[in-house]
Design a binder for this molecule. Structure first.
Ligand code: 3HC
Length: 311
């Protein structure tokens, strides 16, 4: 690529300008965005599965309506994000195929099971809480369609986080058995939530270039630290304990020292060997196959209309 063009592009990024779909961009910038936005979209879509699992078993009609709305929001986020990625020259069908045959990733967190109703609380509180931590800065990302999609997505994610915390409050203030259920959900989902931010900075392949291009605004470790600092007092307020014996406030750093997740487990999960990877991909493949008749019908209808117009 022409060095002058590259320098002019970087100058636009450094000046805080937004890059729009029809602007010139380096091939690597386009590729990284397709990967990141596509994976983000897939995470929203696959992310419906662990919570969808509890819609029929929500304890009250009100909880059911809230959960249903939340899961529908995730579908909406997936659709905005696929549209943002499409402006870069990849089709939604191509991205879907890459998800279904394992060429594209989705967030590691959705490969863990949701075993009890308290998990609905913990997912909203921790998983959506981690998602917001990562996505609020992305509202300022350099690619216009992605930044704009993030504004709406973040508003909805913040409702999701609050509804999760509200479930946790209710369960944690319940009977001793209910409180134990809340603690158990926190125990199981704490480290997988920390993994959502990606590998530690020294192992993050893409961070340096993505930060220079403002595709990412913070490093993985920076956001993980912010998440821990925000979440520990929330756990204390619930009367629950974070499953980390090394957790300690560090006055000098102005943040908590905490134990890193098990990175070997993280690598296994992103390579397809987590507890629910097979189940999640099978569910998405089944949905795609079951929807074939709808796609075929719509295409046949569009074809007929086109012929009618020509005649
Ligand atoms: N799960 C799966 N894969 C992950 C991962 C995770 N938690 N964290 C990192 N990876 C992968 C990367 O994709 C990359 O693999 P690849 O080259 O095959 O794509 C590899 O691990 C190395 O990691 P890097 O740190 O170099 O990768 P990135 O620079 O892309 O950083 C990221 C990872 C911080 C997740 C970044 O991609 C990002 O900010 N993405 C946008 C946000 C996003 O995707 N969020 C999904 C969260 S879930 C969600 O939003 C749903 C909500 O409703 C709860």
């Amino acid at each position: 690529e022409d060095p002058e063009r590259l320098a002019a592009f970087q100058a636009r990024i450094d000046a805080g300008e937004k890059i729009e779909p029809k602007d010139w961009m380096p091939a690597g910038y386009r590729k990284t965005l397709i990967r990141q936005i596509g994976q983000h979209a897939h995470s929203e879509i696959v992310g419906q599965l662990p919570e969808g699992n509890w819609i029929t078993r929500a304890p009250t009609l009100e909880r059911k309506a809230i959960l249903l709305a939340k899961v529908q929001d995730e579908a909406g986020h997936g659709l905005y994000l696929y549209c943002a990625a499409e402006t870069l020259g990849v089709s939604r069908d191509e991205m879907t195929e890459m998800l279904l045959d394992g060429r594209m990733k989705y967030s590691s967190i959705f490969n863990y099971p949701t075993l009890t109703w308290a998990d609905m609380g913990a997912v909203g509180w921790l998983v959506d809480g981690a998602a917001i931590m990562n996505q609020v800065p992305l509202q300022r990302t350099s690619f216009g369609p992605y930044a704009r999609a993030m504004i709406r997505v973040c508003k909805e994610e913040s409702f999701h986080q609050r509804q999760g915390y509200d479930i946790m409050m209710k369960v944690a203030q319940g009977t001793p058995a209910q409180k134990a259920m809340a603690q158990n959900a926190l125990n199981r989902l704490w480290y997988p939530s920390l993994m959502m931010f990606g590998p530690s900075d020294k192992d993050s392949v893409h961070s340096a270039q993505s930060m220079a291009w403002k595709i990412k605004m913070n490093t993985n470790d920076e956001l993980r630290q912010k998440f821990v600092d925000q979440t520990v007092p929330q756990a204390e307020y619930l009367g629950l304990s974070v499953p980390d014996e090394t957790l300690k406030w560090d006055d000098q750093k102005g943040g908590y020292d905490f134990a890193e997740p098990d990175w070997e487990e993280f690598h296994q999960v992103i390579q397809g060997n987590g507890p629910c990877n097979t189940e999640r991909l099978a569910a998405r493949n089944k949905a795609w196959d079951d929807g074939k008749w709808v796609r075929d019908g719509l295409l046949a209808h569009a074809e007929k209309r086109k012929l009618r117009k020509v005649a």
